[in-house]
Ligand binder design. Sequence first.
Ligand SMILES: [Fe+2]
Ligand SMILES: [Fe+2]
Ligand SMILES: [Fe+2]
Length: 429
Amino acid sequence: MLEPRVHTFNMVLCLSRAMDLVSPGLVNHHYRVAYIAHSLATEMGLPPEQRSDLLLAGALHDIGALSLQERLAALAFEADYDSLDPHARLGALLVGGFTPFSGPASLIRHHHLRWDHRREQVPLGSYVLHLADRVAVMTRWNAPILNQVPGILDRVRSEAGRMFSPQLVDVFRGLAERESFWLDMASRSLDSILGELAHLGTMEMDIDQIIDLSLLFSKIIDFRSPFTSTHSRGVAALAEAITELFSFSTSEVQLMKAAGYLHDLGKLAVPSSILDKPGRLTSEEWAVIRTHTYHTFHTLQTIEALRPMSEWAAFHHERIDGRGYPFHVRRKDLPLRSRIMAVADVFTALTEDRPYRKALPSGEVIAILRRMVAEGALDERVVEEVANRYEQLDTARAQAQQSAAWEYRELGEASRAQTALAKETSADM
Ligand SMILES: [Fe+2]
Ligand SMILES: [Fe+2]
Ligand SMILES: [Fe+2]
């Protein structure tokens, strides 16, 4: 198998769309901000590198708002800075964890900073992103966009020198004259419009970077709930280690690790109140949960070079007997790596604490896996390999989950420390 090469923008854009699946109120929010920020940057004549940083920052800017409440709060035009700053801070920490994205991370850090509260060290791009975000939150998706332009323009103009830089407001006024700008932003085909812009960039990722970016996304998926905070890391480590026991090439094993990081990507569409629920789920909540692998599949399908991976990632709730969900794929159509992912997922779920029960010991885990084989859910060959190497595999899983737990704590602490610091500095001013 050839090593896949993936266009960075394409992967970011499809992951960014997954973030907006969580609520119909967020229709294309990230795409719209990316488009407006990039348009402003082009209108300003910024160099290509800064334009692409703004496109990426726009596509990822609210990544640190892990709960739906936070996401919706950020949609209020006059939201209070102190309540919005935590998600900007966490977003910058998360995005900055992927080295090639240090530029976008620095823009995300202050994307809610008003112009009249400006600080010296904050890059111009942050103010561009702020304006783009506020314009996006003012647009209503269920009314004709051109009709909304005069109102939006008035509001932006009235904030010149207050919320927004007067120069940026001038740039925006130029942009706002073109109906095409608004029609693009409100278009149902905004994804292909952004895709075209993305093609202008040249950033391509090799397998190591694909893994790193997938790891970044696994954190967004997992850190939304303390109960799942290390789940994808455990699944990825097991998926990699089990795949190594079969005869796959190194790059195939590596891609399987990335698939493990992304297997629950569609959970971004599930509100954290459901993920966090300690008791039994209602049938309505369960109906929401059951959509997650569908979204994982379709999100990953849009990246051509990663198409095979979408099956390994998204078929983890399918069963050998065809009674899984959501595709009801049967034995002959269920790839070995999808079967491995299913075992890795159950294994990890059983060995971690859940809101409704504690982690189980090895004997019980193996017994449950074997029972699931007998019931037609899991693949026998995979489960027997796992049973034979239980210690080795469980160590790999536990180490990966321990380091994820450590990062989860560190990130929480770093984020809290910065809040305290920001409060002190603003008290000094
Ligand atoms: Fe935000
Ligand atoms: Fe936003
Ligand atoms: Fe799942």
